[in-house]
Design a protein around this ligand. Structure first.
Ligand code: ADP
Length: 445
């Protein structure tokens, strides 16, 4: 802004100066011609110039102007002032060749003109005077003052308007500083306007919503972990306490040890599931993927589960196998996929009322795959369905069956990591169906 002012003022100064100079030289020029006309205008031959006074005795010491006339030999014929300053021959020659020339002669600003009288005799007439800088200096001082004033005004206005413009930002910053992790319920004040700042406040508030829900979930998660670990530890401690407070038979010790062993196995299961869950959620990218075969994994899981459940409840059906063997392979981490299917199949046995369970793999002729695990067990209430993937959630109808509520959240994290889609359909007391869809794009080509 100030640079623009400076450029504008400089332009005004230059224009004014050139205007003044033009007027100054124009007046000198007409004086030069007038003098020429009067003194040498009617001279027929060089001899007639003798009457011209050289220098002129009528010199007025107060006059700052001088007019001199030179003949074609550069001889000074006439000078208006006694205190004339001789013009250099070179300058006179330049006037002659250019017909007119402006130049500076000592402290004078001069204009030289080539004057031809009516008999064709040429003279060089130089009119000179001291250029008056008073007006120019006056203009400069006005411009400097206006410039300083405008500088002051723009600084003040800039300071005032930027303060006004940034006021809402300052308010937002103060409000943000007041938000502490201990109270995540606080939100920024939202106005009804539709400007950028209101949108920023809205975005920030929705970020706070998400952060609050993560904070709360983590709190619940942590308190659940401590609860899940504390329960079996309490049971173990009291069992050992009871068996130690008096001498027991070998049978009694054996039964206590068996019960403690089962609790430790459960504890181990919970802690290993928690570790897997936190690894997937925090560092999923470091997990190695390889070629896996879902059908083989399912047979292995079935085999492992049937070691402790020998009722042969799981039935595997395979359909639409692709012609090319290559298309049967998928990209994934075998251990994690095994864990996921182990949890789903184990649940269908646990909650399956001892009835047949069908595990169907549809390879869709190589265009992705769909695995359906269908049991005819206790089922899940509609209200509970949306929660079964939340860590530590257990439906009410499972109170008689052991479990920690972590399995399905681990399953979901594993499938999310692989890009597999997991859906559940269930009806209480009828049964549940878990459907895992492997999109075509994750097939290993
Ligand atoms: P849990 O250790 O309790 O089995 P999961 O995370 O594996 O934990 O499952 C969470 C909840 O989902 C279970 O407590 C149960 O209420 C419900 N659930 C899971 N699978 C089934 C199923 N096949 N039939 C009925 N309910 C199920």
């Amino acid at each position: 802004m100030t640079a623009l002012f400076m450029i504008a003022f400089y332009y005004i100064y230059i224009q004014f100066r050139s205007q003044l100079e033009n007027e100054f030289y124009e007046s000198l020029r007409s004086k030069a011609f007038l003098t020429g006309e009067m003194l040498v205008g009617k001279i027929k031959s060089k001899e007639d110039t003798k009457h011209l006074t050289k220098p002129n005795n009528e010199h007025n010491p107060l006059s700052t102007e001088n007019i001199t006339i030179y003949d074609d030999n550069n001889t000074l014929l006439y000078s208006f002032s006694q205190a004339n300053i001789n013009v250099h021959r070179e300058k006179l020659d330049q006037v002659r060749s250019n017909k007119e020339k402006r130049f500076v002669n000592d402290k004078y600003n001069s204009i030289g003109v080539l004057f031809k009288n009516k008999y064709g005799i040429e003279y060089v007439i130089v009119a000179e005077s001291v250029f008056n800088y008073t007006q120019l200096n006056y203009l400069i001082s006005i411009l400097v003052w206006v410039y300083l004033l405008s500088l002051l005004l723009t600084t003040l206005a800039g300071w005032f308007f930027s303060g006004q413009a940034l006021r809402p930002v300052n308010i937002i910053m103060n409000e943000v500083n007041g938000i502490l992790p201990s109270d995540m319920t606080h939100r920024l004040h939202q106005s009804d306007q539709k400007d950028e700042l209101s949108r920023l406040v809205q975005t920030f508030n929705s970020l706070l919503d998400r952060m609050q829900s993560v904070f709360e979930n983590q709190k619940i998660f942590l308190s659940n972990i401590s609860h899940e670990l504390k329960n079996p530890l309490n049971v173990i401690t009291s069992q050992i306490d009871i068996s130690l407070n008096k001498n027991r038979t070998a049978e009694e010790y054996k039964s206590t040890l068996q019960s403690v062993y089962e609790d430790i196995v459960e504890l181990n299961d919970v802690s290993s599931k928690l570790m897997q869950l936190s690894k997937i959620n925090s560092d999923g990218s470091s997990i190695k993927f390889d070629k896996i075969r879902i059908d083989e994994i399912l047979y292995q899981v079935k085999y492992n589960l049937e070691k402790s459940n020998p009722n042969n409840l799981l039935q595997i059906q395979i359909g639409n196998l692709p012609e090319k063997e290559d298309l049967i392979y998928y990209n994934g981490n075998e251990q994690l996929i095994k864990t996921a299917f182990h949890n789903i199949l184990e649940n269908s046995i646990k909650y399956g009322n001892g009835k047949q369970i069908t595990v169907a793999i549809d390879f869709k002729n190589g265009k992705g795959a769909e695995i359906t695990v269908k049991d005819n067990g206790i089922g899940i209430e509609e209200n509970d369905l949306k929660n079964i993937f939340e860590p530590f959630f257990r439906a009410k109808n499972t109170s008689q069956i052991k479990g920690s509520g972590i399995g399905l959240s681990l399953v979901r994290s594993i499938f999310d990591l692989h890009g597999f889609i997991l859906n559940v359909k269930s009806e209480k007391n009828i049964g549940s169906t878990f459907i895992i869809t492997i999109p075509e794009k994750v097939i290993k080509k």
